[in-house]
Design a protein around this ligand. Structure first.
Ligand SMILES: [Fe+2]
Ligand SMILES: [Fe+2]
Length: 406
């Protein structure tokens, strides 16, 4: 029996959310649990993947929340279809399966994963966070970036690394061998491992040792970062822009963000996200520098001359800032939502204040600390943060004292 139900909120501007499950009872439970949100959302509840696809053909939705195991078209197939036909719909898996990593491995096309049972608050926060990012990445807003001459493509070596990580006979030696095949990549990784912020006491000259010391997550993020840097097609970069400075800054921010959360004994996932996002947070600058040499030179110049934050001048000139441009690229590459949102909001974390993110706070803090002397343009990253947020991070004085002794 097909169950279809609607919880209408009235009005056309409400977010359209579709819930799909093969069990009617689950859908009824969700409907009861989310009743209080009917003023904000228009919710549809449908049993079956095939029925959901038919519904979406007639009625586009902003968010789809689907069960994983369903007879006929299952959650993975459904979300793959949605990813292809309605790429701007936020895709969330709400699954009863215990093994999250196994589920995640089998479902590339989902933005978020939630396990059942899930309370109303978690569900609401997850849907809101994912939608916030989607709004930021809207077609219209990003048309400027997507029309650019050259956008870095996902490094081939990264895809190889990901498939290697999934294979049962994965080993550090295999990963190191893969890295070694690319001379440029090897050189860049060794340069960063040997930089002061990685705190390795002896000189590392062998990729296997680097993989051992840094761990696979860090290596994967470095591979991505190198991919952005090596994509620079135009040798004529703005004269006031230094690729090396961005590389060193990125390494330092990643490493300090990781240390902040390690010291605070946070979750491993948060610590890994902080490092990866820290490494990648300014990759949007490379896109601007490579594609818009003259314009970006003027933007950087104006930011310094008039003492205006770089991202404000970027926004005025291009309609998007480097944080949004970088997030757009990482999203295009299919990186996890958690990383994309940290990159997107690293200069305006308060617009993300509805939800807590330890990794975002750590990257913002590290960026503010590293940038205290003004690497991010005319106004140092620390001075761009509002007082309330700085207080949340422990106050300006405490932050500055950390940079002085780091
Ligand atoms: Fe930045
Ligand atoms: Fe930065």
């Amino acid at each position: 029996m097909i169950y279809t139900d609607i919880l209408l909120g009235g009005g056309n501007m409400k977010k359209q959310i579709l819930f799909v499950d093969d069990e009617t009872q689950i859908l009824q439970g969700l409907k009861r649990m989310l009743r209080s949100l009917r003023d904000e959302w228009e919710m549809y509840f449908i049993t079956g993947g095939k029925e959901a696809i038919e519904f979406m053909n007639e009625h586009p939705v902003d968010v789809i929340v689907s069960d994983m195991r369903m007879p006929g078209i299952d959650g993975a197939q459904l979300l793959t279809h949605v990813a292809e036909h309605s790429p701007y719909t936020v895709r969330i898996i709400l699954s009863g399966q215990a093994d999250k990593s196994q589920v995640l491995r089998s479902i590339e096309p989902s933005h978020q994963y939630l396990s059942k049972p899930c309370d109303a608050d978690t569900l609401k926060t997850t849907i809101l966070r994912a939608s916030l990012l989607r709004n930021l990445m809207s077609d219209e807003k990003m048309s400027f970036i997507s029309s650019m001459r050259s956008l870095p493509s996902l490094p081939r070596i990264y895809s190889d690394l990901v498939s290697m990580l999934r294979s049962p006979d994965f080993s550090i030696t295999n990963v190191a061998d893969l890295i070694k095949q690319d001379m440029g990549m090897t050189a860049k990784i060794l340069q960063l491992v040997n930089s002061a912020y990685f705190g390795v006491s002896r000189t590392v000259s062998d990729p296997s040792m680097a993989v051992n010391l840094l761990g696979i997550n860090t290596i994967s993020s470095l591979v991505l970062l190198e991919g952005v840097f090596s994509s620079v097609s135009n040798q004529m970069l703005p004269s006031n822009f230094s690729l090396d400075a961005v590389w060193n800054h990125s390494g330092s921010v990643g490493k300090i963000a990781q240390k902040i959360l390690k010291d605070a004994k946070k979750d491993k996932q948060d610590i890994d996200d902080a490092l990866s996002a820290g490494l990648l947070h300014d990759c949007g600058k490379i896109i601007f520098a490579d594609n818009l040499k003259k314009e970006y030179e003027e933007v950087i110049d104006k930011s310094i001359r008039e003492n205006i934050a770089l991202c404000e001048v970027e926004k005025e000139a291009f309609g998007v800032n480097h944080a949004e441009a970088g997030a757009y690229l990482l999203n295009l590459w299919g990186l996890p939502e958690a990383l994309v949102e940290i990159v997107a909001f690293h200069h305006n974390p308060t617009s993300f204040s509805s939800s807590q993110s330890a990794a975002l706070d750590a990257v913002v803090t590290a960026n503010a600390l590293i940038d205290y002397k003004g690497v991010e343009g005319g106004v140092a990253a620390l001075d761009q943060l509002d007082d309330e947020y700085i207080n949340k991070l422990g106050g300006k004085k405490a932050l500055i004292s950390r940079v002085d002794c780091s």
